[in-house]
Design a protein around this ligand. Structure first.
Ligand code: HEM
Length: 403
């Protein structure tokens, strides 16, 4: 009988065999313990992400246990029910996205490539040494996006760290075990960030052409004060763990497929390889939607108010869409993967994440003659099945460093 249990250690270690079984037995499956529909086939995930009129992003549409839990969590947060870019629908979503989208277009992002290249070189100079292993996730993947998004927001060097600290403290109120101390930190962060954004809007801080200035000046016109705070936090934090894990999972795929390393060195097509890394082992494994009306999906009747998880990691391995889907192939072409979403909520930071991953991989490949795990290395995968992380990716450096 079909089942979905992402908490099992064997699933956390390698979810793909269980997902293949579920997709072939019940591609649209109601999981009682999750009170959610788990959708694992490519065609049905595509249908969900394309139909935002039926499959909405605002969890307020969920009437079951999931909706109750999200409602409770929201009430505990300092930002309460403030609409979030990733959890809102038209017309609110268009207004929020329109405020930030211009800073993430491929053309705009190409403008920060030189900064990303310099930052990668600095991180490799600092951490890649012949006498100790190099952790591709924590010494490179996790540090790069934090530096880059600070620049992207446009906060000057001295303010970047503080802005990220405020955003992180506010985000922690989303945590279920919210302590009085955390709540006090979050309230203080709210005040600090608001005062700073006020100075940015008045031209007393930050770069006048920056994304942060544009967002701060939209307050009162396009954005409420709470929306400005929520958008700042989402833009500051959404790309950190995701991009880090793209780099970590991607390097791990290269470690485990040495013949693909050789092909990549020959082709130097890092852009195509990054897309294959996203398809093969996505950092965000599933995307949640909530039904506004009853519908039929893969022959199953889904009621209104239901929670639906488009399991994009499973869809990306669907043999109906990808030939030989379990093979990691750095020159794969054809169907597009769903790891960055699709449709109106398609990841706004996608061009930035891809440039960061490309530059990081190119830099690592240039410095190491071969990408290998340190002998005896043990991965420490986190328990969160939605955000797939290797925990650590310690690479051997001894004897492999160039120059
Ligand atoms: C490899 C790295 C990344 C992955 C895997 C990823 C994944 C995703 C996915 C799957 C969505 C769609 C969610 C949905 O449809 O409900 C999304 C949306 C979003 N992402 Fe990313 N993301 C990454 C990097 C970034 C970066 C660097 C930023 C930088 C700011 C970012 C900001 C956002 C925002 C703001 C949204 C919401 C967009 C909307 O709802 O209109 N992401 N991301």
């Amino acid at each position: 009988m079909a089942y979905f249990n992402p908490m099992r250690p064997s699933y956390i270690a390698d979810p793909y065999p269980a997902l293949a079984r579920l997709r072939s037995e019940a591609p649209v499956f109601f999981s009682e313990p999750h009170d959610a529909w788990i959708v694992t086939s490519y065609a049905e995930c595509l249908a969900i992400l394309h139909d935002e009129a039926t499959f909405a992003s605002d969890p307020a549409h969920s009437t079951g246990r999931v909706g109750e839990r999200i409602g409770q969590q929201r009430r505990k947060q300092v930002l309460g029910d403030t609409p979030r870019i990733g959890q809102s629908d038209a017309p609110i979503h268009g207004r929020l996205r329109g405020t930030v989208a211009a800073a993430f277009t491929p053309r705009y992002v190409e403008g920060v490539r030189a900064f990303v290249e310099r930052e990668v070189e600095v991180l490799l100079d600092t951490h890649l040494k012949p006498d100790r292993p190099f952790d591709a996730l924590n010494d490179l993947g996790a540090l790069l996006p934090r530096a880059v998004i600070g620049l992207q927001l446009g906060a000057p060097e001295v303010d970047r760290r503080q802005v990220m600290e405020w955003a992180t403290a506010l985000m922690q109120t989303v945590n279920a075990d919210l302590t009085a101390g955390r709540r006090a930190d979050a309230e203080a962060a709210r005040e600090g960030l608001l005062a700073y954004l006020g100075r940015v809007a008045r031209g007393e801080a930050g770069d006048p052409d920056s994304l942060l200035t544009r967002m701060a000046r939209a307050e009162g016109e396009r954005l409420s004060t709470e929306e400005l705070l929520a958008l700042t936090i989402d833009v500051a934090l959404a790309g950190n763990d995701t991009t880090a894990n793209l780099i970590g999972n991607g390097v791990l795929a290269l470690v485990r497929n040495p013949e693909e390393q050789i092909r990549l060195r020959a082709s130097e097509d890092y852009s195509m390889a990054v897309d294959e890394m996203l398809r093969y082992d996505p950092p965000q494994q599933a995307i949640a939607r909530f039904t506004c009306q009853a519908s039929t999906l893969g022959g199953r009747r889904i009621p209104a108010g239901a929670t639906v998880l488009a399991h994009v990691a499973a869809a990306n391995r669907d043999p109906a869409a990808f030939p030989d889907p379990d093979r990691f192939d750095v020159s794969r072409q054809g169907e597009r993967h769903l790891s960055l979403g699709l449709g109106v909520h398609y990841c706004v930071g996608a061009p930035l994440a891809k440039v960061e991953a490309e530059v990081a991989l190119r830099g690592l490949m240039a410095r190491l003659t071969s990408i290998r795990l340190e002998s005896g290395a043990v991965l420490q995968r986190g328990p969160d099945w939605m955000l797939r992380s290797a925990g650590v990716v310690p690479l051997q450096t001894g004897g492999l460093l160039r120059g």
